[in-house]
Design a protein around this ligand. Structure first.
Ligand code: SF4
Length: 598
């Protein structure tokens, strides 16, 4: 049967060197779609929840989405799913660029990497050929250099790799592909490092995959493209200013955290905005595979074109560290890509360190000549470099994220994390819905599991009052389920500004031959969200892990348009559990039966 699935998974054991081809279970693919869903099911079934995440027993599943490699808009993404060494829960980080499409073209739906190599290696994939090769020449090298060198050997390939941070098993290490796209969160780079796996190169000259109904898919693609081109966010805001279009918008609502969330309004926000980035530094847009939007930024540093910062690092290095020097943010963000560090957790950890320094817990003598003071350009650049190198004692501590850093100094309340993962750039006191998403995200403090900013700030698909709690629990669940679908299809979340569940169902059905209604598709998303929760439960998650830092629920915002507000999670969380069919953070037997999870 023609279908956008290849029907093949490679299982690669780095301990024994054995490489096996397994057949994709199409029934399973239908139930879990592909991508994030399929990989979550695999690692749950294979008992990964109870292993030490940095041991040979952990597995890394690199998985393409059901639609990855088709001609659908943005259909080029891959996900890496594993057990997180940062918080012992499920890690599923996704990335665009070209690598995911190359893996799909090479004929594979997923790679399951297990075991641990004795020496540094990389995996090279050329269509059906998979080989494990020595990576000793690349040890300690920065990400872009490794990318360039592997392309000299395998000219048509796309590369993903870890920088020195992943080799050092920094718990906030990212996996970088195509030089500046990142599967950034949850310490997935550390898991690669623990396996002595430096890189994976993928190339194809064949691309045998053929969608189920090519004429129909062409028709649906055209309808979706039309909607993307007619939507203001996807046709103007994102292409023109990138995700940084949000800096001024969020600041104007008084929800842009500053100085490690001690404030929520930044006087100099415009200096670090998408508008200023475009005016002063933008060289050109970057487009991931088959993307009609092009939100990526390419800027120039020292006459070399590199990836520019997105909204999150602009905020995290910017207002959250008291910085308005855009050139310093550009450089620090570039260093995250080069060393392979999460560009949210890294600057947020620096911000936490700055608050520890402000309050006298970190002493000047620990800073080796670069004090961690608010607004210091030198500090954000050099401490990023130091965290990437992982040599200086304080930098090594910081490279494991803000939770461990603040706990070490006896003040875990200063770490602005959920489940030890640093929260992103929206203050949940000023925007009530996003706080439910942070608290209940299966991977921890994260905005891209339930992007309620869309209705609460941008009015899409409906306008919701950001200051109210009513209806937010229900919307959070819908966004979480829909996002699980989009991630599993291998599409970019930003398409959801313009598309809805009926569009995704039409795309998936034409591509793979499924016959999902929009409701059935959302139920598949719900199933995925629940299996991730079951993984966390088996890994030892407790109901009290669904929480926000006390600063958000007990300390009112001190300045700006949201002054006086706190997050009302105590009201919304019970409503959310009821909407999900969960009691005390976990699905009831009835819910498991309804979702066919027992
Ligand atoms: S919208 Fe941006 S992140 Fe999404 S696929 Fe396009 S370039 Fe990549």
């Amino acid at each position: 049967m023609k279908t956008a699935y290849n029907g093949k998974i490679a299982r690669i054991n780095l301990t024994t060197g054995e490489i096996r081809t397994e057949v994709l279970d199409f029934d399973l693919a239908k139930k879990y779609i592909g991508g994030r869903g399929l990989a979550s099911k695999i690692i749950y079934d294979e008992g990964i929840a109870t292993v030490d995440p940095l041991s040979a027993d952990n597995k890394l599943v690199y998985v393409t989405g059901a639609m990855t490699g088709t001609n659908s808009p943005t259909a080029g993404r891959y996900m890496v799913v594993t057990k997180s060494p940062l918080n012992n829960m499920i890690a599923s980080s996704n990335s665009g660029g070209k690598w995911g499409a190359k893996l799909k073209y090479a004929g594979w739906d997923a790679l399951i990497v297990e075991g641990k190599s004795e020496k540094p290696v990389y995996i090279n994939i050329e269509d059906e050929k998979i080989e494990i090769l020595s990576a000793e020449p690349y040890v300690g090298m920065l990400s872009e250099t490794v990318d360039d060198l592997l392309k000299e050997i395998h000219p048509k390939c796309s590369v993903l790799n870890i920088g020195p941070a992943g080799e050092n098993q920094s718990l906030i290490a990212a996996i970088i592909n195509d030089k500046h796209r990142a599967a950034g969160r949850s310490g997935v780079g550390a898991v690669m490092g623990s396996k002595n796996l430096k890189a994976i190169s993928a190339s194809s000259i064949k691309n045998v995959m053929e969608p189920f109904d090519t004429p129909k898919l062409k028709e649906v693609n055209a309808e979706c493209l039309k909607k993307i081109r007619e939507n203001g966010v996807t046709s103007a805001g994102l292409p023109t200013y990138g995700t940084a279009v949000l800096v001024n918008i969020i600041n104007n609502t008084g929800s842009l955290p500053t100085n490690n969330w001690q404030g929520s309004y930044f006087e100099k926000a415009d200096d670090i905005s998408g508008e200023t980035l475009k005016e002063k530094y933008l060289e050109k847009q970057y487009f991931c595979h088959r993307c009609p939007i092009g939100c990526g930024r390419v800027i120039s540093i020292n006459d070399k074109e590199v990836g520019g910062p997105e909204y999150e690092p602009l905020w995290a290095y910017g207002s959250n560290c008291g910085i308005s020097d855009l050139s310093a943010i550009n450089m620090a963000n570039h260093l995250c890509n080069e060393y392979g560090l999460d560009a949210i957790s890294t600057p947020c950890t620096i911000a936490a360190a700055m608050e520890l320094y402000q309050k006298g817990y970190i002493k000047e003598e620990e800073c080796d000549g670069i004090p961690l003071v608010w607004g210091s350009s030198d500090a954000v650049i050099e401490w990023t470099r130091r965290m990437g190198e992982g040599k200086l004692p304080l930098a090594k501590l910081m490279a494991d994220g803000s939770y461990r850093l603040c706990e070490y100094y006896g003040h875990p309340e200063i770490s602005m994390t959920v489940k030890k993962l640093e929260m992103p750039a929206y203050d949940a006191r000023g925007i009530q819905g996003i706080g439910i998403g942070y608290a209940t995200s299966n991977r921890g403090g994260c905005h891209v599991r339930a992007y309620t900013i869309s209705p609460e700030i941008l009015g899409l698909p409906v306008a919701l009052d950001r200051t109210e709690t009513e209806g937010k629990a229900k919307w959070t669940k819908i966004f979480q389920d829909l996002t699980a679908v989009i991630d599993s299809m291998g599409l970019c979340l930003f398409t959801s500004f313009a598309l809805g569940a009926p569009d995704y169902a039409s795309l998936l059905n034409a591509g793979t031959g499924t016959e999902h209604t929009p409701e059935e598709l959302l139920m598949a998303g719900e199933r995925i969200y629940n299996i991730e929760r079951l993984f966390n439960k088996a890994a030892g998650m407790k109901s009290e892990d669904d929480r926000l830092p006390k600063r958000l629920t007990e300390e009112p915002i001190t300045d700006g348009p949201s002054k006086g507000m706190v997050s009302k999670l105590s009201i919304t969380l019970p409503e959310y559990y009821e909407a999900r069919g969960w009691v005390d953070a976990f699905p009831t037997q009835e819910t498991l039966e309804r979702l066919e999870l027992v």
